[in-house]
Design a protein around this ligand. Sequence first.
Ligand code: B12
Length: 135
Amino acid sequence: MKVLLINPVERSTVFFKLLPMRMPYLGIFQLARLTPDDIEVKLVDELVENFDYENDPFEPDLAAISASFSANALRAYEVADIYKKRGIPVVMGGVHATFMPEEAKQHADSVCLGEADEIWEAILEDAKRQASAFL
Ligand code: B12
């Protein structure tokens, strides 16, 4: 199974425009560390890269998107919508998604509330079952 971990960043904010404010968000790195070795992981961090989601040869089975800072939430939804439109399951988490789950749910198949440390493997198992159901 292949998982794409995404940290979306809204580029019009002061947090992106001022270089010293571009501090790494740790959410997706923590999820990468918690992912079992038999799952292929790719990280996209919009703080440091542009990524062409529409032409992504990685073709993930799950798009896992972080919506932590509210300032980045609309960008997170934009990226989520790209994967939902392609029929790729989307899970969202992070502080903003935790406090606004009904909003996040409009763009994601599942929303993880709070810290994912103890539930991430179960989320991956669910996604794996869904992926194999379509084989
Ligand atoms: C460390 C920290 C900072 C540091 C580092 C910032 C950084 N960029 O990393 C400093 C002190 C610099 C800072 C500054 C600011 N911060 Co700050 N910060 C925090 C703090 C205390 C911890 C964040 C962290 O690294 N956690 C560890 C990581 C691993 O946790 P995580 O990202 O939440 O990810 C976990 C879960 O959320 C979840 N998860 C996350 N993504 C995903 C995705 C999926 C798919 C799934 C399943 C799960 C999941 O699983 C992860 C692992 O358990 C939080 C409060 C908190 N307790 O969370 C506030 C917090 C994030 N900060 C906040 C704010 C407002 C700011 C500032 C804007 C303050 C200001 N006015 O300047 C600035 C922004 C600076 C910037 N450019 O980033 C707010 C954000 C609120 C919001 N709704 O946007 C928070 C929530 C504090 C608060 N309660 O107000 N901050």
